[in-house]
Design a protein around this ligand. Structure first.
Ligand code: AMP
Length: 424
C-alpha cells in the first residue's frame, strides 16, 4: 500500500492528514486521489465509513486557489448531518491550507449562512434545497467552481433530489470536474454520469453489502400492533451493547423511542423533525455509549459515521433491497459479528419477499412459526396465518388461546357459513 506522500499531496495537506492521525490511505483513497488530482471525473463506490470524504476532500482542497475568494468547490449531501460531518472532516484535513469552508443546509437560519458567505468561502458543503435558495437569491455564485462532488450519490438521485442536483450542476462552468461517491451504484448514477461526466474513472471497492459470514439475519412475522412488545422482549433478552432500530417514519421513530424509554431501555431517536442540536445530542449520547439504542429513520441515518453496532432491527421493512443492505450494513463490519432482525407485518410481506428474493441473503426465520412463507407467492398463506392469529384473540369466552380443538373450529366454520349466506 502506498502512503499519502506518494499520492502527490501538497505539504500543507500532508500536515493535516498527519494531524488527523491518518497513517496510510484507505483503499478508496489510494485508488481515487491520483485520478482526482489529475483532473479526471470519478465514480467511487465504497462502503459507508470507508474514508470517502478524504478521498474526494483532499484533491478538492488541493485544487483551491487560496488567493481567489470565490467558491471553487461544491459538495452536495442528502442530509444536514452528513453535510456537517463532511465540513468537519474537510476543516480537519485542510487545517493548514487556509481554506474557508461553509456549510449550507435547510433548518439553519439563513442569516447565519448569509454572514458566512459574505466573509467569503472557497468551498461549500450543503444540501441541495437550501443551496438553490441561495443561488436564486443571488447570495451564492458558482461561476468559479472547479469541482463538484455528490456524496451518497445514490440517495441524492433516489430521493427526488435529481432536479435540484441538475440545477446546481447546471449553475457551474462546463469544464468543472465532477465526482460521485456512493455505497451502491444504481442505474440513475450511471445515467447521470453519461449526461454530465467526461469518461469517468470508475473505482468500485465494495458495496454496502454486509459480510454474510459474520452477520446473522433473521425475520419474524407478526401484526404491526405486536411489534413493540416483541422488540422490547428481544432487546431485553439479547441485551446488545449497541443497536439501531430502523423505522419508516419520523413520527414512528419518535414514538417508539419514547415507548422504549418508558420501559427503562436507554433509547434516543434520530429523525428529520429534530432540530440540529437535538440530533447532535442524540448522536453524542449514542456514540459515547451512554445510550445503547438509536431509533432512526433511513434519511436521518444516511451516511452518518456511526460506529459498529451489535444489532440492527428493521422495525419496519425497508422499501427496497439497497436500503436493507444499507441498514444491516451498520453491523458485522470489518469481520465483526452482528445480528439483524426484520419484523414483518402482513402489509409489508410483499416488500420483504422481494428483498429476500433479490438479495439472496440468508434471512432465517427467528421462530418456528415464522418458517413457512418465503416467496411473494406465499403472501396469501401468510395473510391467512396472521388473520388466524388475530381471530385467536376474538375467540368466544371459554375457548382458551391455546385451544385449537374441534369445538372452536366448528364454531368458526359455522360463523363463516353464516357470513357466506349473508353475502349471497
Ligand atoms: P468517511 O467514510 O469519510 O466518513 O470516514 C470514516 C472515518 O474514517 C472518519 O472518522 C475519518 O476521519 C476516518 N479516516 C478516513 N481516512 C482515514 C485513514 N486513511 N486513516 C485513518 N482514518 C481515516
Amino acid at each position: 500500500m502506498s502512503n499519502f506522500q506518494e499520492l502527490g499531496l501538497d505539504p500543507s495537506l500532508l500536515k493535516g492528514v498527519t494531524a488527523a492521525g491518518f497513517t496510510k490511505p484507505f483503499p478508496i483513497q489510494e485508488q481515487t486521489i491520483s485520478h482526482l488530482l489529475a483532473g479526471s471525473d470519478v465514480i467511487g463506490q465504497a462502503k459507508t465509513g470507508s474514508g470517502k470524504t478524504a478521498a474526494y476532500g483532499l484533491p478538492l482542497l488541493q485544487a483551491i486557489d487560496m488567493q481567489n475568494r470565490k467558491v471553487q468547490a461544491v459538495v452536495l449531501a442528502p442530509t444536514r448531518e452528513l453535510a456537517v460531518q463532511i465540513t468537519e472532516e474537510l476543516k480537519k484535513l485542510g487545517k493548514y491550507t487556509g481554506a474557508r469552508i461553509v456549510t449550507i443546509y435547510g433548518g439553519q437560519s439563513i442569516n447565519v449562512q448569509l454572514e458566512a458567505l459574505r466573509h467569503g468561502a472557497h468551498a461549500i458543503v450543503g444540501t441541495p434545497g437550501r443551496m438553490i435558495d441561495h443561488l436564486k437569491r443571488g447570495t451564492l455564485r458558482l461561476s468559479a467552481v472547479k469541482t463538484v462532488v455528490l456524496d451518497e450519490a445514490d440517495t441524492m438521485l433516489d430521493m427526488g433530489f435529481i432536479d435540484d442536483v441538475e440545477f446546481i450542476i447546471d449553475s457551474t462552468p462546463d469544464e468543472r470536474q465532477i465526482s460521485l461517491f456512493s455505497a451502491t451504484m444504481p442505474q440513475e448514477i450511471i445515467n447521470l454520469s453519461q449526461k454530465y461526466m467526461r469518461n469517468p474513472e470508475k473505482v468500485l471497492i465494495d458495496s454496502d453489502e454486509p459480510s454474510v459470514d459474520t452477520l446473522d439475519q433473521y425475520y419474524a412475522l407478526m401484526p404491526q400492533s405486536e411489534k413493540q412488545t416483541f422488540l422490547i422482549e428481544l432487546l431485553s433478552r439479547e441485551k446488545p451493547e449497541s443497536s439501531i432500530v430502523f423505522c419508516r417514519t419520523k413520527y414512528g421513530a419518535h414514538k417508539l423511542a419514547r415507548e422504549l424509554e418508558s420501559r427503562f431501555l436507554d433509547a434516543v431517536s434520530l429523525h428529520g423533525d429534530l432540530s440540529q442540536s437535538q440530533r447532535d445530542h442524540s448522536m453524542r449520547l449514542f456514540r459515547s455509549g451512554r445510550v445503547n439504542i438509536l431509533v432512526a429513520t433511513d434519511v436521518a441515518s444516511r451516511g452518518i459515521d456511526i460506529p459498529q453496532v451489535d444489532c440492527v432491527v428493521n422495525y419496519e421493512v425497508p422499501q427496497n433491497s439497497a436500503l436493507y443492505f444499507h441498514r444491516v450494513g451498520r453491523t458485522a463490519r470489518a469481520g465483526d459479528t452482528g445480528k439483524a432482525y426484520t419484523l414483518v407485518s402482513e402489509r409489508e410481506y410483499g416488500d420483504f419477499a422481494q428483498i429476500r428474493n433479490l438479495t439472496k441473503a440468508i434471512i432465517k426465520p427467528l421462530r418456528p412459526e415464522d418458517e413457512k412463507p418465503v416467496s411473494s407467492s406465499s403472501h396469501t398463506q401468510y395473510s391467512n396465518r396472521i388473520e388466524r392469529r388475530r381471530s385467536d384473540r376474538h375467540r368466544p369466552r371459554g375457548f382458551g388461546r391455546s385451544e385449537s380443538g374441534p369445538r372452536w373450529q366448528q364454531q368458526q366454520q359455522r360463523q363463516q357459513q353464516q357470513q357466506r349466506r349473508y353475502r349471497r
